[in-house]
Design a protein around this ligand. Structure first.
Ligand SMILES: Cc1cc2nc3c(=O)[nH]c(=O)nc-3n(C[C@H](O)[C@H](O)[C@H](O)COP(=O)(O)O)c2cc1C
Length: 212
């Protein structure tokens, strides 16, 4: 399977990128075709007013960075995406939020790529890796809920969120809960993790694991 790992923090030698590296190792060891990129090489501009930004010639988004390449050539072809991010003010970094905001420019009725992007963005498996200083559970509640909702909206499968605690560069390797091992495991089992979500009338056995 094709896996895209996106490091969304500006510190290329930082903790969230260390989590990304571990997930890459795991995904490669499991036999996947893995590509990695740093988000700051692709996204510079914020979502604008599409009526003003769209090119009058062909209706395409005219914001002059590499977002279109990221979306059309990297994100759409991937079967699985792993987002690695530092926690900023209890949320995702603005540059990563912009990836989702600017999807609007490509999925709105007036977007020339609408059909390709709407069909291509759905069905992906998603994992999230978060590095943050604070360890209380509430610190990452907001961003975990946001990923749950946005993947649900995009018809994607959120299979896991790894949180590690660290502040200075590289410190994540000293977190005794071993987030690097958990990130490696998430990368390795990305397409094997079974996510269940039942309703009262869902037909099911009384066991979670077959053979147990
Ligand atoms: C702008 C900014 C905001 C931050 N906000 C939080 C926060 O709300 N909660 C927290 O636990 N850590 C916060 N941190 C700390 C980082 O999440 C933490 O240092 C993380 O390990 C950095 O990852 P990196 O090494 O990949 O940059 C913040 C750091 C910065 C620079």
């Amino acid at each position: 399977m094709k896996v895209l790992v996106i490091s969304a923090g500006p510190r290329h030698d930082g903790n969230s990128h260390a989590l990304a590296d571990a997930a890459i190792d795991g995904a490669r060891a499991a036999g996947n075709d893995v590509e990695h990129l740093f988000l700051d090489d692709y996204v510079e501009r914020l979502l604008g007013n599409c009526r003003l930004c769209r090119s009058p010639q062909d209706g395409r988004c005219s914001l002059d960075d590499r977002y279109a390449e990221l979306l059309l050539d990297k994100i759409l072809p991937a079967d699985g995406i792993v987002f690695a991010m530092p926690l900023y003010f209890y949320g995702m970094p603005g540059r990563l939020k912009t990836v989702f905001d600017r999807l609007f420019c490509y999925t709105a009725n007036s977007a020339p790529e609408q059909e390709t992007v709407v069909n291509g963005i759905a069905g992906k498996t998603v994992g999230v890796l978060i590095s943050c200083e604070e360890s209380y559970v509430g610190a990452t509640h907001g961003v975990a809920a946001q990923f749950q909702e946005l993947t649900r909206y995009l018809n994607q499968n959120l299979v896991g969120i790894v949180v590690g605690n660290a502040n200075s560069r590289g410190e994540i390797a000293h977190d005794p809960s071993d987030p690097l091992a958990r990130a490696r495991d998430l990368g390795g089992r990305l397409f094997d993790i079974r996510v269940t979500d039942y309703r009262i009338d869902t037909a099911r056995s009384n066991r979670v694991w077959s053979g147990s």
